[in-house]
Write a protein that binds this ligand. Structure first.
Ligand code: CP3
Length: 335
């Protein structure tokens, strides 16, 4: 069994584990090489051979414990019929949401559209050492909604009036999304993934009084499903600050990724019965070795005797030098 899976199941194993969010991505020249020849990002995610190759790129380069399948959280809205485009330096752009078309989708069609992702997982599992995990992932309903309904008008502003006005519609969408996300989880596990991470990247934008409805509840439903199916899981409700404590008590995931705004000592004290993952600010990899090691030491020391998974507080930045990643991994292994 992979070391990550074992740790998430037992919750008392303090052996070392390390991987990075966005470990397969633009900071790697070998990724940029493939990307240059494959301009359409969704098509690239649907190319099983290339996605599998990209997934394994960081594993070939570095001493990591897990691979994370090269795909995207927006493959779900894609499979539910929305057109998804990635505009260079601008991020994703999604075609207008249509409720009738959304409610018309069924499991068979959804699974069929994502079949190349499942093939990529199968291929990757066959080429990955047994002791390494293959992590698959989904976007949490709220974060997907932000993209699907185009609710974010700038980096950190959400259209709250709209949230109120379209409350009933949003409730129906979330309910249906939970269903399809559980199908996507099941399919990815059946294809060979052994851990699921749930990214709620925009949880921090939810108005305080709505956090139960839009963050805790949907994540809890999905974790309930994972538990029933015995699927090791990690939640990442990014940006919710001290609400991490309540999130953990209500949702009860096996693992929880802290973001870089969370003080690791606070997390160790407040987040109980859960494996903590990550935290380190990805910007630290752009600073000097001294600063990087000092910051990493904080996490290593704080979680020394606990079941901790070394990772970041968000994904690796595109401007990161791969040699710094190598140095950071070596530092973690040596300390
Ligand atoms: O290595 C890995 O972590 C696995 C692959 C992975 C990608 N996206 C590939 C990708 C994962 C886990 C994701 C998750 C994802 N996608 C999230 C949640 C995590 C987070 O970053 O908060 C979100 C919000 C998305 C949506 C998304 N995909 C955005 C906003 C963008 C454009 C901006 C950006 O961050 O690059 C993407 C594109 C994307 N997904 C790239 C990669 C490697 C860059 C593609 C490129 O332009 O070459």
């Amino acid at each position: 069994m992979s070391n990550l899976r074992k740790k998430l199941i037992s919750k008392n194993d303090s052996c070392k584990s390390i991987w990075f969010m966005r470990q397969a991505g633009r900071y790697l020249p070998e990724f940029r090489e493939i990307r240059k020849k494959n301009k359409d990002f969704i098509e690239l995610c649907l190319n099983s051979e290339l996605s599998s190759q990209i997934t394994l790129q960081p594993i070939k380069r570095f001493d990591l414990d897990s691979a994370i399948i090269f795909s995207d959280i927006l493959m779900t809205p894609y499979a539910l019929g929305q057109e998804v485009k990635f505009i260079k330096d601008k991020g994703p752009k999604i075609s207008e949401f249509n409720i009738e078309s959304f409610l018309d989708k069924n499991e068979k069609g959804f699974t069929q559209k994502l079949n190349p992702v499942y093939k990529a997982i199968e291929k990757t599992r066959n080429n990955l050492e047994k002791n390494k995990s293959l992590i698959a992932f989904i976007g949490a309903p709220w974060t997907l909604l932000v993209y699907m309904l185009n609710m974010k008008n700038s980096k950190s502003v959400i259209d709250i009036k709209r949230l109120e006005k379209e409350k009933d519609k949003i409730k129906i969408i979330i309910k249906n999304l939970i269903n399809f996300l559980c199908i996507h989880i099941r399919n990815q596990i059946d294809a060979g993934a052994d851990v699921i991470q749930i990214f709620d990247s925009w949880a921090g934008l939810i108005p305080k009084e709505k956090i139960k409805d839009y963050c805790y509840y949907p994540n809890a439903k999905i974790i309930e499903f994972c538990k029933k199916e015995k699927i090791p899981n990690i939640c990442f409700p990014k940006g919710i600050n001290e609400k991490y404590e309540e999130f953990n008590q209500i949702v009860k995931p096996d693992g929880i990724n802290i973001d870089y705004q969370i003080d690791p000592a606070w997390a160790k004290k407040k987040l109980k019965n859960v494996v903590i993952q990550g935290g380190l600010d990805p910007k630290i990899l752009l600073k000097s070795d001294k600063e990087m090691f000092q910051e990493a030491t904080k996490y290593i020391q704080t979680f020394k005797a606990s079941p901790y998974i070394f990772n970041l507080g968000h994904g690796l930045l595109p401007e990161t030098d791969p040699d710094r990643v190598k140095k950071l991994i070596k530092f973690y292994r040596d300390n």
